[in-house]
Design a protein around this ligand. Structure first.
Ligand SMILES: Cc1cc2nc3c(=O)[nH]c(=O)nc-3n(C[C@H](O)[C@H](O)[C@H](O)COP(=O)(O)OP(=O)(O)OC[C@H]3O[C@@H](n4cnc5c(N)ncnc54)[C@H](O)[C@@H]3O)c2cc1C
Length: 291
């Protein structure tokens, strides 16, 4: 199918983007990489009156480290994140996760902001943003707000952003010292959307116990879930792999998968446990704990 008729607006600055969004009063859509929007328009699932093309906005194409945060502009391509030394050094979990997004061709076009706003429940960036509780900056004409990832991802492909708003930046906390990460994904072929994915960041304190643990899973509910029971099984306990089985065993009770053609509810529950266990082992090994 072909999309319904729309106006094409090419903008040259954030200011122009905000003005165009305001002018079309919620009837326009931002065109970023177009990897999800264009197919949706072809299926007539989206019929915007206008497309606001932000591809010329070099001012939103950046990766910056400042005050303990890795700031990423919304128009930054996923491939740029994957290849960025700053990302590898300061937020290696993000660098690892991005490799799992589609194929090099899709990462060459797909943007960080587009993936977050689209909010697919198994998108790798959505999982990492949830795990690390990223801070997301949203602007509209005359105002700006910052929202935590936990509040931004509301439900299945539903994100907390209005039609006249523009996501301009996402910030990830820099990985603490003595921390390790793990990212594991179950998919039929590399490049497919995940059936289940697990992300973990473990930090070992000066006294050798786990001072912090973050564990999140996607593919087991309408949006990625942080697994608090598994975190409680680790934080404050001796920093070794002895408790990883016990922590992973908490996962099935905390997730809410539904069956579909790619996996039954029971299969997803079990795979969530298995993939969290593997991600814990990777994170523990990178944090230097005894496994
Ligand atoms: C073959 C294929 C395989 C893929 N595999 C994966 C995968 O494994 N994992 C994965 O996570 N993704 C995958 N994707 C998705 C892709 O990588 C993009 O991340 C995703 O499509 C959205 O990014 P985009 O820049 O293309 O956004 P677009 O398609 O341009 O936009 C998506 C939506 O976000 C809105 N939008 C975009 N940017 C902004 C902004 N800054 N502010 C406000 N609204 C905005 C648009 O209006 C639209 O509603 C795949 C895509 C394809 C085509």
């Amino acid at each position: 199918m072909k999309p319904s008729a729309f106006k094409y607006v090419r903008v040259a600055s954030v200011e122009e983007t905000l003005s165009a969004l305001s002018e079309y009063r919620g009837e326009a859509k931002i065109l970023a990489g177009g990897q999800s929007l264009v197919p949706m328009m072809n299926f007539r699932l989206a019929q915007p009156a206008a497309l606001i093309d932000i591809n010329p906005l070099k001012e939103l194409d950046y990766v910056r480290v400042e005050d303990g945060w890795l700031h990423v502009g919304a128009r930054t391509r996923q491939r740029t994140l994957e290849q960025s030394t700053q990302v590898k050094e300061n937020c290696p979990l993000l660098a690892e996760a991005v490799k799992w997004i589609g194929h090099p061709q899709t990462r060459n076009r797909g943007t960080v902001g587009g993936s977050l706003v689209h909010g697919d429940s198994t998108a790798e960036l959505v999982l990492v943003a949830t795990l690390l509780d990223a801070q997301i900056v949203i602007q509209k004409k005359g105002s700006s707000r910052t929202i935590r990832a936990a509040d931004f991802f509301e439900d299945l492909m539903t994100t907390h952003i209005d039609d006249d708003e523009f996501l301009t930046q996402v910030s990830f906390p820099i990985a603490p010292a003595r921390s390790g990460y793990g990212f594991r994904e179950l998919c039929i072929r590399h490049g497919d959307f995940a059936i289940v994915a697990a992300a973990v960041q473990l930090t070992v304190g000066e006294n050798g116990s786990f001072s912090d643990a973050r564990i999140a899973v996607s593919g087991v509910g309408p949006k990625p879930l942080c697994i608090h029971g598994a975190v409680r099984a680790l934080v404050g306990k001796e920093g070794s792999g002895d408790r990883f089985d016990e922590a992973a065993a908490r996962v099935p009770d905390e997730v809410r998968p539904v069956s579909d053609q790619r996996g039954s509810e029971a299969y997803r529950r079990e795979m969530a446990r298995v993939f969290v266990r593997r991600a814990l082992a990777d994170a523990g090994s990178r944090a230097g704990v005894r496994l």
